[in-house]
Design a protein around this ligand. Structure first.
Ligand SMILES: *Cc1c(COP(=O)(O)O)cnc(C)c1O
Length: 441
């Protein structure tokens, strides 16, 4: 960075920006002290939510580009990082099997989904949007924002969209777009895209795939070995109209990196644009002309680009990282299955393990209280373990475990997202700790 900066000749920083070294040191000490109020997302003993630090390549890519601070809204804001953005978006499109695409990075999966649903609404004005009851909660919220009716579709006993219910709903003609989730945020359930797609097409309905969490698992579709996952839903994604994936979840990136891809580049026409300030260095398409957001960090594109140079979105690249988490989830679910102290809530489809304490008698209220206690005790213990809880409602719980006494509307269960490859070598310890936390034995 400095070598490049030096080519423009020397200049003096303005005195108004100068800070005293001692004051900086004191402020920095307060700052790092404040940061200790955190959870150790980097450590294998953290097996809770979808959180982990970025890869060192992403950190270096981000920080280096951030020193220039390009804005990927327009080519005038940073030609290099705009070019990198096009390249990484093309790699993502290739990963999903798109042969044509229009797409860009966003600051989040939520904004990426909003863009996909905005385009969907423009193509089917006056018709609603269907998504599964287990889809990310922001779909309902975005339908509200877009002034479009959202239609939650019930899920089956594994958390996937019920296709008979979808067919019945589409028959009404009220729906213009269906959102399929390949990897729900709660359980990692994959909607059967290959079976839902023909139903949607029969009714003339658009299909959007929310792969914000699960998208990179397409690298394990049909793979040999225990980590392989069924290929059919993922192969069918290539025939869907739009896709969202979050590189800041499974793509080793810092927060601020989502992506939306459209199969038909023509949808760019919906992004009305007439900015008097920008676009003077090129007649080519600027990223800001096909994005709802204006300013976006060029550093995000830089971080992803540098990461993909080293760990590309291929089975041999990033696929190996996801495979380790998937094996961890399978190993742990096997241990839970054999345990007298824990019960598997459902088999993991990706890398999310769901389980609950095996109680006698087994009641929803008892499981709820015990899950809450294990979560809290796990974090407070001298050899801590960090889990998360997920609320399962009565119908979902009894569909999987009919023997339960349903004395409440639902229950919290325990949930562990094993998205760090290091988890693979930590499963036995995690399991022993959680077993121990279930009670005295
Ligand atoms: C995380 C997630 C989102 C929301 O993405 P953000 O990046 O958190 O805004 C949407 N859908 C699914 C399936 C997700 O897992």
């Amino acid at each position: 960075m400095q070598d490049w900066a030096d080519t423009f000749g020397p200049y003096a920083p303005h005195p108004s920006l100068a800070v005293d070294d001692e004051r900086f040191a004191a402020a920095f000490e307060r700052f790092t002290g404040r940061l200790e109020d955190n959870y150790p997302f980097f450590h294998p003993r953290y097996a809770g939510q979808m959180l982990k630090p970025p890869h060192p390549a992403a950190v270096v890519g981000y920080l280096t580009a951030m020193l220039i601070n390009p804005n990927n809204h327009a080519l005038d804001g940073g030609p290099a990082t705009a070019a990198m953005e096009r390249e990484v978006v093309a790699s993502l499109a290739t990963m999903f099997g798109y042969d044509t695409h229009l797409g860009h990075l966003t600051t989040s999966g939520t904004v990426a989904n909003l863009e996909a649903l905005f385009v969907a609404r423009e193509l089917h004005p006056g018709r609603g949007i269907a998504h599964s009851a287990d889809a990310h909660y922001t779909h309902g919220r975005m339908c509200h924002v877009l002034g479009t009716k959202g239609h939650p579709v019930p899920t089956d006993g594994r958390g996937r969209m019920d296709l008979d219910a979808l067919d019945d709903l589409l028959r009404t003609g009220d729906v213009g777009t269906v959102v399929l989730t390949t990897g729900t945020t709660g359980l990692g359930a994959v909607d059967p895209v290959h079976l839902a797609l023909p139903i949607a097409r029969r009714h003339g309905v658009r299909v959007h795939v929310d792969a914000a969490y699960g998208g990179f698992f397409t690298l394990l579709a049909g793979a040999d070995g225990p980590e392989g996952i069924p290929a059919e839903p993922w192969r069918a994604v290539a025939r869907c109209d739009s896709i969202v994936v979050d590189p800041h979840k499974h793509g080793l990136q810092p927060y601020g990196c989502g992506a939306v891809l459209f199969r038909d580049p023509e949808v760019g026409r919906f992004y009305l644009h007439d900015s008097p300030y920008t676009y003077f260095t090129s007649a080519g398409l600027h990223l800001g002309e096909i994005s709802l957001e204006c300013s976006r960090a060029g550093a995000s594109a830089a971080a992803l680009w540098l990461t993909f140079q080293l760990l590309p979105p291929t089975p041999e690249g990033l696929g190996r990282v996801l495979a380790a988490g998937r094996r961890a989830a399978l190993d742990w679910s096997r241990l839970i299955d054999e345990s007298p102290y824990l019960t598997l809530y459902q088999k993991p489809e990706l890398d999310i393990v769901s389980y609950f304490p095996a109680l006698e008698p087994a009641t929803l209220s008892g499981i709820d209280a015990a899950s809450g206690r294990i979560l809290a005790d796990g974090m407070a213990a001298p050899d801590p373990v960090f889990l998360s809880t997920l609320r399962a409602d009565r119908e979902a719980f009894t569909a999987r475990h009919p023997g339960i006494t349903a004395d409440a509307d639902g229950a919290r269960i325990l949930r562990s997202v094993l998205m760090k490859p290091e988890s693979e070598h930590h499963v036995e310890h995690l399991h022993a700790r959680v077993e121990h936390l279930t009670g005295p034995h």
